[in-house]
Design a protein around this ligand. Structure first.
Ligand SMILES: [Zn+2]
Length: 416
């Protein structure tokens, strides 16, 4: 299939932003997920008739232990006892959104008998009331995982159709991220295109579903099928690869900001709008709202940050010995951008402005190869390095294994 470099990956951003907002919104909607009450046996309390209630709570932004205790009918004195327990107590002072807590409450004594805080998906910190104080225990519970398969044919939008097919939003997000350089999800998808996904589902016994992780995808359109497989190399780094071992991702993003339009393209000779003289335009001018964030298109090191006459406030990033990108006319620089600082791909380095010689707010963006300017919108950016030769055998056996599992699950479903 066609795997040419596309020039409009910014069109993908709104989709990703929407996905994120939906996920965040869903999470923040529930505080108390589940509560049950019952009579416990006397191992927890000497009084056989003690009423004990259990609460499972998902932390949301702004929650603290005092607030939670109030919501489950507990008094503040236990908050102090718990939070004073050194390092373990500090974990309760710094609750993080999406963390899970479960609490057993003696409703007569208004006493917290047991509090479990999930430090991670697999690690639980438990506070147990013993006579006159709390004791803490950390337990690790390994995740249970299973491979699963799902397919979806595009009818309306990938997200909508995927959800109808029972595929999680998180998994759709991983698909759009993996194929970001290959497909423009707004422009290229057609009704009838099909996605087949092999993914790992993680469960925590007693806590339920934890996560979906994309392992392999097949995207089929009229032109053919693109297959991408996640593989962890011997260094422990995992990425998606095509069947021939080529890596799916690129070292550069196709755009340094969410822009409205190209106000001035790259050209070898153009008449300067303000200076009136003909000279080359070594970059592209991308208009955007004053103050819009600008991000580094690749990982690298800042080699210049400051004012360059006509360029105004400018950042120059060296990506390796060969590639350099230049960002000009900024209104201001991001806080942690200094000469010599390391930047990650997608890290915000500054904000759109009008410094230097400009007719309005825009970003002047240059891409240089061996210090020679090239057109940033059409430059053929190579794929990130392919798999090393020594990794190929284990990659090929993974491809075979995935194929086997996919066929097995498909057959099992057809027989149903
Ligand atoms: Zn320019």
């Amino acid at each position: 299939m066609d795997t040419k470099v596309k020039n409009h990956s910014h069109a993908l951003l709104p989709l990703v932003v929407i996905l994120f907002s939906i996920i965040t919104l869903t999470v923040s909607l529930f505080l108390i997920v589940d509560s049950q009450s019952g009579i416990l046996d006397d191992s927890l309390d000497d009084d056989d008739t003690a009423r004990v209630e259990f609460y499972n709570i998902s932390i949301k932004a702004g929650d603290n232990l005092t607030k939670i205790f109030k919501a489950v009918g507990l008094e503040e004195k236990d908050v102090f006892l718990l939070q004073e327990l050194g390092k373990d107590g500090r974990a309760l002072q710094n609750l993080k959104p999406m963390q899970g807590i479960s609490i057993s409450v003696d409703t007569e004594a208004k006493k917290c008998l047991n509090l479990s805080l999930w430090l991670s998906n697999e690690k639980k910190l438990e506070f147990i009331w013993k006579d006159d104080h709390y004791e803490t225990v950390v337990t690790k519970q390994p995740l249970k995982t299973s491979l699963n398969y799902a397919s979806v044919k595009v009818k309306n939008s990938l997200l909508e159709d995927a959800i109808t097919s029972g595929i999680s939003k998180n998994l759709v997000y991983q698909v759009t991220e993996a194929l970001g350089w290959e497909i423009d999800f707004i422009k290229d998808l057609r009704a009838g295109d099909e996605f087949e996904l092999l993914f790992k589902q993680s469960y925590l016994p007693g806590k339920g579903f934890v996560n979906d992780e994309l392992e392999e995808l097949l995207y089929t359109n009229k032109k053919g099928t693109l297959k991408a497989t996640k593989f962890e190399n011997s260094m422990g780094l995992s990425a998606f690869y095509l069947p021939d071992g080529q890596r799916l991702s690129r070292d550069f993003l196709s755009s340094p900001l969410k822009y409205n339009r190209i106000s001035s393209p790259y050209s070898i000779s153009r008449k300067h709008p303000l200076l009136g003289i003909t000279r080359p335009h070594h970059g592209v001018d991308l208009t955007a709202k004053y103050g819009s964030p600008i991000w580094s298109t690749g990982q690298g090191r800042v080699v210049f940050v400051g004012t360059k006459s006509g360029y105004g406030k400018t950042v120059v990033i060296q990506h390796n010995y060969k590639y350099k990108t230049i960002y000009a006319h900024m209104s201001r620089f991001a806080k942690d951008i200094h000469k010599g600082s390391k930047v990650k791909q997608g890290q915000v380095i500054g904000y759109v402005g009008t410094t230097g010689i400009t007719t309005g707010p825009h970003l002047h963006y240059e891409f240089r190869i061996n210090n020679k300017p090239v057109n940033p919108m059409t430059v053929k950016i190579p794929r990130s390095p392919s798999l090393a030769k020594k990794e190929i055998p284990s990659f090929e056996s993974l491809l075979e294994k995935n194929e086997g599992i996919r066929i097995q699950i498909k057959h099992a479903r057809e027989e149903d």
